[in-house]
Write a protein that binds this ligand. Sequence first.
Ligand SMILES: C[S@@+](CC[C@H](N)C(=O)[O-])C[C@H]1O[C@@H](n2cnc3c(N)ncnc32)[C@H](O)[C@@H]1O
Length: 391
Amino acid sequence: MELLSLQFDPRHLDAHLIGAGQAALMMARQFQGLDLALTLHGEMMPALATLAREEGWRCVDDMPRTGQLWVVATGSAAEDARWAETARQSHIGVHVPGCPELSTVRLPVRTRALAPETPRALRRGHVSLVGAGPGDPGLLTLRALERLREADVVIHDRLVSPEILALANPQARRLYVGKARSAHSVPQEGINQSLVDWARGGYQVVRLKGGDPFIFGRGGEELQALAAAKLSFEVVPGITAATGISAYTGIPLTHRDHAQSVRFVTGHLRNGTCDLDWQTLAAPGQTLVFYMGLGTLDTLCEQLIQHGLSGSTPIALVEQGTTARQRLHTGTLENLPGRLADLKAAPPTLIIVGEVVNLHETLGWFATQTAKSLGWATGKHPSPLPLADSR
Ligand SMILES: C[S@@+](CC[C@H](N)C(=O)[O-])C[C@H]1O[C@@H](n2cnc3c(N)ncnc32)[C@H](O)[C@@H]1O
């Protein structure tokens, strides 16, 4: 069948995107910067909602009934086929990406080529070591977003959320090299070598790490490998778990009345032994933030008490901070370890010790805010976001 080619002024085309997940996001990226009068339907994944906001697209709750063009990318073949059939019956043009047999309209793929005139082998590779923040995609920096959109390859860790990965160039290769506490999926030397190899191959590489790459992130080691290989790199800082979680729990890390300094400490004790300077950690007037401390919580509390902190010192344990799954548990150095089994806390978790923890009671805002925006406060949906569990 011969196709008829038409060109439309995108501002006057009543176009609708049906789908709210990853497949729809990839399709929506094709319309970026086009000034298209696009309407999106239903409850979207956050990355798609962000893109819609940036592009000024209309977002509505209900599904379309009219229009001139429906672009269908629901992520389910059966759903796509159902919507395509509805469009055909209503004489509305329909495009289902990758499915010409379901489409009555073809949309050519738009590629934003990276220096197409230069063969890859002659291009200069570059690594951006990028901090992805603690989880909420809204905490990414503008530079991080820019680098993700330009990347040829994204090499990422376990703590980088799917919502953030979805913001990367859809054509970019995504390589997972994440680490769990005891199971390293790719050894550090392998990760270093992989960065060197991709950059030598002329690729724009984003090495994406949770939080800030220079805080308990081994970012320094990776850059040393690139520097030794004389490759070009840069660092894009991210919001570290301590500051992100401090904000999202309403626990200021310093406060003139309670803490004059703050210390970021690893709770991941080497070979299970305590090689931390407990004496200085137990000094008064400071806040301690322990990363990777869930497995050693009882040792941390015990040592701090033994070295002089009162057993009634407030402590907070925060799971999946800054995300809609954030859970905050508060207690004291004396009683929190005993409650740990009941709390069923799962990593990633951050521990904050010090008087500032008590400020959460008046300054905590995030759970309420999130609950409201998602309709939990109205009783429409049960809240999966417990407020402080404080005993
Ligand atoms: C290997 S360290 C990486 C830290 C990261 N570079 C940063 O700046 O936040 C991983 C630890 O960070 C903490 N962490 C990171 N993201 C977190 C989150 N969303 N909620 C709670 N803890 C988090 C946990 O203690 C976790 O075990």
